[in-house]
Ligand binder design. Structure first.
Ligand SMILES: C[S@@+](CC[C@H](N)C(=O)[O-])C[C@H]1O[C@@H](n2cnc3c(N)ncnc32)[C@H](O)[C@@H]1O
Length: 222
């Protein structure tokens, strides 16, 4: 089987990185093209303001570093930004420099086989990556595996269904070899099967936030 195409590894990655940093523009594009509400992405990042000093955060896939906006400056956390594409990582590095975030680590890695030991993270962020990979269930297992017991998983994903236009666009994309986004109930099941408790996927059509907590005793993120 050939490698899953990564649309962000081409010129689209630069365009994506431009608009995702502008929530108003992302919202306009999301609504007009996909009929989705992208505010759930930015809203869910608020959790970063609650993380305690000494916490470990994995951000996978980090893309151009959109989640850095929610990281309070001066926070003493171990923040690791992971992406499979070096150009997206380079954009994330630039973004971190511009934001004065000198302590972010960057790792080239595949969310289907994360290069981390079990239970290293207090918080795992996974924004808009599940719909990019060939085996999103395995990606969910990897994200959950890296969490400490009680650690939080937060992310977003495109979902199957949505508007007629979205379904048509997804059909075109699938014919070009891109994965089809998962169904809401599949994401809930994958999270639960991976040991995530209080697994939730938002009710919004087409694009929603998901999350939960790894079973076990709690970390500082409570
Ligand atoms: C739509 S972007 C989302 C990036 C960022 N989280 C955001 O919300 O802007 C998807 C990202 O997934 C990355 N990606 C695709 N396949 C991947 C994989 N198997 N492992 C890690 N990253 C991957 C792409 O390079 C791209 O940066």
């Amino acid at each position: 089987m050939g490698r899953t195409p990564n649309i962000c590894a081409g010129p689209f990655g630069a365009l994506y990185s431009f608009y995702i940093e502008r929530p108003w523009l992302t919202q306009a594009i999301g609504r007009a093209l996909w009929g989705i509400d992208t505010s759930v992405l930015y809203d869910s990042m608020g959790l970063l303001a609650e993380i305690g000093d000494g916490s470990t955060v994995l951000d996978v896939p980090c893309g151009g570093g959109v989640a850095f906006r929610a990281l309070p400056s001066g926070t003493d956390v171990c923040y690791v930004a992971i992406d499979i594409d070096e150009r997206m990582l380079a954009r994330a590095r630039e973004r971190a420099l511009r934001r004065g975030l000198s302590r972010v680590e960057f790792v080239a890695g595949d969310m289907l086989a994360l290069p981390f030991d079990d239970g290293v993270a207090d918080l795992v962020l996974s924004y808009s990556g599940l719909h990019m990979v060939s085996d999103p269930e395995r990606a969910v297992r990897e994200l959950a595996r890296c969490l400490k017991p009680g650690g939080r998983l937060v992310g977003t994903t495109f979902l199957a269904g949505g508007t007629r236009r979205a379904r048509a666009l997804l059909g075109i994309s699938a014919r070009r070899g891109h994965p089809r986004p998962p169904a809401r109930e599949d994401v809930v099941r994958w999270l639960t099967d991976a040991g995530i408790v209080d697994a939730q996927v938002g009710p919004q059509p087409g694009f929603a936030a998901f999350g939960g907590r790894r079973a076990g005793h709690c970390t500082d993120l409570n």
